[in-house]
Design a protein around this ligand. Structure first.
Ligand SMILES: [Zn+2]
Length: 278
């Protein structure tokens, strides 16, 4: 599932291709592409011009020259591709936005989603943030991210650290891959209770989350199963640098002990039993 580095890679690609462009034709091609909370069908955005592409955590939205905004969530397998106007059939194409006027150089922004957990929505802005993104906390790359306040918030949770890290209403952007990697880097067991951890340890987890996501962003994110690609159709290659995620049975890059996988909160958690002893 795309996490912050993958979504930011997509945002940067979209920014390059769509800012200043007009959605000259909009087509929704699958009933599930429209979020049920959308205030209108996607087609109402025909004629809107894109001012910027924004992101918070794993959510994207397009600021337009109108009060409405287009919000996107990639879900498990959503992709945006910028392509020349399609002539043949495009597999799993859920929505298409023609950019600018017809002509030889005309391009289309395509939303492709094999597993249909991704969605698009027409939404309104409240203080610059779409209604659908209001419950999402700032991510560690946000200029107004308040590290101290987040440490206090996590410390007060009566839950395990990994659950707190995945809670998008505390800090956004981190999903299963980068949670496991951050905890390994910070040498914290995923099942440690937040109240067992010192503020310094929680701070270290947050810093490592930011660090690992920044490094992933530099190489275009992690592409696990070809479902995530950037707007040019290229994969990221951070999976080569993953220390624990998907590495069950492999040696820990730090101590050589076998990486273990446990099921935790209905998802896999990967960790080193020596480096991340409880
Ligand atoms: Zn180790």
């Amino acid at each position: 599932m795309p996490e912050l580095p993958e979504v930011e890679t997509v945002r940067r690609g979209l920014e390059r291709w769509v800012v200043g462009k007009k959605f000259s034709q909009v087509r929704a091609l699958h009933p599930r592409v429209l979020n049920p909370h959308s205030i209108a069908p996607l087609e109402v955005l025909e004629g809107a011009r894109v001012k910027s592409v924004e992101r918070r955590g794993k959510f994207l939205w397009f600021l337009l020259n109108r009060p409405e905004t287009l919000v996107a969530h990639l879900g498990m397998s959503g992709q945006f591709l910028i392509q020349p106007i399609a002539t043949g059939e495009v597999r799993h194409l859920r929505a298409s936005f023609m950019l600018g006027s017809w002509g030889r150089s005309a391009r289309q922004m395509q939303f492709i989603d094999q597993r249909t957990f991704g969605w698009l929505a027409v939404d309104q802005l409240q203080d610059g943030i779409p209604t659908l993104v209001q419950h999402i906390a700032r991510d560690p790359f946000d200029q107004e991210f308040n590290r101290k306040a987040i440490i206090a918030k996590i410390a007060s949770r009566k839950t395990q650290i990994k659950k707190a890290l995945l809670d998008q209403s505390i800090m956004s952007g981190v999903g299963n891959i980068y949670a496991d990697e951050s905890l390994w880097r910070a040498k914290i067991h995923p099942e440690s209770y937040c109240e067992e951890l010192s503020n310094a340890q929680i701070g270290r987890v947050i810093d490592k989350a930011r660090q690992v996501m920044a490094q992933a962003l530099e190489v275009g994110g992690t592409s696990f199963d070809d479902l995530y690609i950037n707007v040019n159709g290229e994969s990221g290659y951070f999976e080569r640098s993953l220390a624990v995620y998907g590495q069950e049975g492999e040696p820990c890059p730090r101590c050589g002990r076998e990486i273990r996988r446990i099921i935790f909160a209905n998802r896999s958690s990967h960790f080193c039993p020596t480096c991340q002893a409880r």
